[in-house]
Ligand binder design. Structure first.
Ligand code: PLP
Length: 392
């Protein structure tokens, strides 16, 4: 008699988590790592957000709340989104979740049935594929081209649509490439999906870390709201990864279904985290702009460093905090055949932590998170330069 279900066997442990675990193990043995593995801000959570959580605890705001989140929080989230992007959601079109990943997971659970196809641009964030498969859905990959800065167009999406297509996942800015879907492409995709009654699941987890100046949310195309679910997260915007604070905005029917699922699983996100999240989205926003400005400097620093590594090429990321360099010129040197080999050897020989592109659906790249200090970038780039130079 088999122990585990088919559905749990359809998915794998998150590749980024596996790398983090190995890095932690090495660290615990005293190895000094240049760690570009984990996708999380190196900044501390801003003080006013921490204070709000502490105050909530002191006031004994420590009980169950509404499953979908307290009304003040849901109002604060939709107000912030409306102010920043011109969207129009009511508080009951918002559900607050224990992290943005759960918002995505629940949205897919309520929208995707066995055999439904979900269009997924490549490279993709690791979890998208597994979450679709866990729901019984079939990911349909749409390859983007590095030579076109990983651009995704409506024509590319349209070519992948079949009668079974239920949803399209878009993540802009992208983890892992840092590519931003151009506003005109985003609008064309949202309109195409709306016309075909296909749902756009728009992962805006890095939307505030857009470096192009022009930031457009799918939420601004209000007439297409019916076929769109926006997935948000406070993790990266406010340096709150460990707090587990995310949300979804979408049609009432979908949001209610997600809340129902949540009522039978996690229930509400932690009460004090909800209060802290009100402080985050309703409070001063200067911290967001300051962190964004720092990420731009760090991106430029890492790209400058890469120029000193012969054979390494890299697109210029327009957002998030990842670089996705191409390492294929090293294949065939020093016994290296794949990006996974590069990542494994960088870890064991140079003590540099990166994630192989295979985790994101491409074979020629590695991903580095530059949400680290300038010193870590300088040391890590030096180690990489020496490692690659030593490959014969
Ligand atoms: N979406 C993308 C593209 C991400 O990279 C992440 C985190 O790395 C998430 C969603 C989820 O973030 P969280 O669950 O911390 O809100």
């Amino acid at each position: 008699r088999k122990i585990l279900t088919d559905r749990i066997n359809r998915i794998e442990v998150s590749a980024t988590m596996a790398i983090t675990a190995e890095a932690l193990r090495l660290k615990s043995t005293g190895v000094d790592l240049s760690d570009f593995g984990a996708g999380e801000p190196h900044f501390a959570t801003p003080q006013h957000i921490k204070d709000a959580a502490i105050e909530a605890i002191q006031q004994n705001f420590t009980r169950y709340t509404n499953v979908a989140g307290i009304p003040d929080l849901r109002k604060a989230i939709v107000d912030r989104h409306a102010a920043d992007f011109g969207s129009a959601y009511a508080p009951d079109e918002c559900v607050f979740t224990t992290g943005g990943k759960l918002a995505l997971f629940n949205a897919i659970q309520v929208l995707v049935d066995h055999g439904d196809e979900v269009i997924l641009p490549v490279p993709y964030w690791v979890s998208f594929k597994d979450i679709i498969q866990y729901a019984g859905g079939v990911p349909v990959f749409v390859e983007s081209k590095e030579s076109e800065n990983f651009r995704i167009t409506a024509a590319m999406i349209e070519a992948a649509i079949t009668p079974k297509t239920k949803a399209i996942i878009l993540n802009t800015p992208s983890n892992p490439s840092g590519a931003v879907v151009a506003p005109e492409d985003l609008e064309a995709i949202v309109r195409l999906a709306h016309a075909k009654e296909i749902y756009v699941l728009l992962d805006e987890c890095y939307v505030y870390l857009t470096f192009t100046g022009e930031v457009v949310s799918g939420g601004s195309f209000k007439d297409c709201k019916e076929h769109m679910v926006i997935l948000g997260s406070l993790s990266k915007t406010y340096a709150m990864t460990g707090w587990r604070a995310g949300f979804a905005l979408g049609p009432k029917q979908i949001i209610s279904a997600m809340s129902k699922l949540q009522s039978q699983s996690t229930s509400n996100a932690a009460s004090m985290v909800q209060r802290a999240s009100i402080a985050a989205v309703h409070g001063p926003q200067e911290c967001v702009a300051e962190m964004r400005a720092d990420y731009i400097k760090l991106r430029d620093r890492v790209l400058e460093g890469f120029k000193t590594i012969p054979g390494l090429t890299c697109t210029v990321p327009q957002g998030a905090f990842y670089v996705y360099p191409n390492v294929s010129s090293f294949f065939g040197k020093g016994g290296i055949r794949t990006a996974a080999d590069v990542a494994a050897r960088l870890l064991s020989e140079a003590h540099v932590v990166v994630v192989p592109g295979e985790a994101f659906g491409t074979t020629d790249h590695i991903r580095l998170s530059y949400a680290v200090s300038a010193d870590v970038i300088d040391e890590g780039v030096k180690r990489m330069r020496e490692f690659f130079a030593g490959l014969k």
